[in-house]
Design a protein. Structure first.
Length: 184
């Protein structure tokens, strides 16, 4: 699978880290893009993001990457965490950065685009922007962790959201994440 992962300046860097921990960078082609504020938030929340060596890293200020063109075949894009500002700019189709252009391409080419906002509460503008991106074909997966598995650590709690992302990608979640199979 060819994946684009993007991080914006919203709180929730743990979700990106746990997703990177679960994706097999040797089995998948993974590109990672950071918004202008993502690295700052990652530093504040995690200290350092541990990126597998096979993952291609990009800044948000280049259009010289394959996934910003519809002619390049990529399977999915996940923006985690996705700020409501980024979601709103995707809804408006502004395309002025690498992340925004890639999201626009994934929507126009009808490829899987998964947005993982963490912000709460939402105002009416947020809700309308969510409806707009849903109507355009994106999946919106709010970072709302589940408690079915009785998580004992922050990482286990974050993993409940990561399992949902992996499910949306059609990828199996490791055994420890299979909490949803037992939930009724």
């Amino acid at each position: 699978m060819k994946l684009v992962l993007a991080a914006t300046g919203a709180s929730g860097a743990i979700y990106l880290q746990r997703l990177l921990d679960q994706l097999d960078a040797a089995a998948h082609e993974i590109h990672l893009v950071f918004s202008a504020y993502a690295k700052q938030v990652i530093h504040e929340e995690l200290g350092e993001l541990l990126v597998p060596h096979n993952v291609h890293q990009h800044t948000d200020k280049t259009m010289n990457v394959p996934f910003v063109s519809g002619s390049a075949r990529f399977d999915a894009m996940v923006i985690v965490p996705c700020s409501m500002g980024t979601l709103g700019r995707i809804a408006a189709g502004t395309s002025e950065t690498t992340i925004l252009r890639a999201a626009d391409v994934f929507l126009k080419e009808r490829r899987r685009l998964i947005l993982v906002p963490r912000e709460t509460p939402w105002n009416l503008i947020h809700a309308r922007n969510v409806v707009t991106v849903l109507e355009a074909g994106a999946s919106v997966l709010p970072a709302s962790p589940g408690f079915y598995s009785n998580p004992q650590t922050i990482e286990e709690l974050a993993d409940t959201v990561v399992a949902r992302i992996l499910d949306q990608l059609g990828l199996p979640a490791p055994g420890a994440f299979r909490w949803a199979e037992n939930a009724e």
